[in-house]
Design a binder for this molecule. Sequence first.
Ligand code: PA5
Length: 447
Amino acid sequence: TAIQFDTFGLAPFIKEHEYEELKPQLALAQKLLFEKKGAGAAYTDWLNWASNFDPAEEAKILQLAKKVQSESKVLVVIGIGGSYLGGKMALEFMRSPWYNDLAEEDQTKVYFAGNQMSSMALTQLLRVIGDADFSVNVISKSGQTTEAALAFRFFKEELVKRYGQAGAAKRIIATTDAKQGTLRAETEAAGYDNLVVPNDIGGRFSVLTAVGLLPLAVAGIDIKALLAGAAAAETLYSEKKLEENPALQYAASRRILYDKGYTTEILANWEPSLQYFAEWWKQLMGESEGKNQKGIYPTSANYSTDLHSFGQYIQEGRRDLFETVVRLDQVAEDLAIPKLEGNEDGLAYLEGKTLNEVNQTAADGVALAHIDGGVPNMAVRLAKQDEYSLGELIYFFEMSVAISGYLFAINPFNQPGVEAYKTAMFALLGKPGYEDETKRYQDRLNR
Ligand code: PA5
């Protein structure tokens, strides 16, 4: 296996019999999931997606990626939530948060847009692109999400300005539902290249579909290996019982902790390339579990940066936190600590070590300090930072949250709460169809 689930830091907080007591519920959750009898079962095709991946789809993604690479210096990926977080997280995990700055002359840069509605961000991104040739991959499962549709409008206008109507259409790839939505209708009418978001996979579970795979292929990431890692994970983490199934052990540990009042989970990392992994994970966990006034609140910490910020809270604040650390046991590039004459900076004791050794030792030390401070601690350890490991890691968390959702007796695959903000926003913007609500919301603002 590419990952190891390390429960060393749980020993003071969870006793063996507590896992035993949870076994019947875990077995039931697995049965509901694999027999597709649980809530939201219509959205569980991610379960065997990687092992059944259609070679024709893979070939189409690779062909479109090649087209983008040959025509454009920049790909703008437009999407929000599950329609961008997986791609961005995997790009940064596999390459770097500075991928665009480090890109070679022959590499296509990848920027993300439409994940907010900031006019500043959009203006600045257009400035960053400058006069470089660019293509757009607009991603929306529903095909009618305001943030993405608005950003698409601006980039379409820019494409038309540069390449004319027909030229613009040739630089757009739409990733959307096969049949429904405004974006599908526009795609058919304008003849955009397009890829399908499978109907039976929700946005936050869609990173291994065309949603994540096209932008990753454009950045030269090995999507075959990514899918292979996830396919292997299907055997490792799905139907096996608790003793031999780390994804189940993770779900069970979180649930036992939650029942004891540990209601906030911090996903921590020690590498900036994992910062967006946590953003992806927060959506996966929060949007899946946070229902019916239940669920673990997902948050994240970037170490050692945040040890000098809210690390104080983690160590000594309210004791309702637990921590899951994603650890890379090896890094691709390491640096020997420079040897200097004398010891003016007091760091001579570190000579002979590498920077990563110091980072790893700090991670060990922080885990011990947090355990001593009353913060239960788990680690998901990766031997390598490669596509295969990432595929396995993605599946590990997807499986855990599905099981966890059924333990909470909620539907882990819907997101009804996401509509509330949209109703208020549309009513205030005067969207047709929201007339009745408009006055109600306006009166509250004009109090
Ligand atoms: O997980 C989800 O379903 C959501 O977060 C969606 O991904 C997000 O709202 C974007 O939706 P869409 O892809 O329909 O534009």
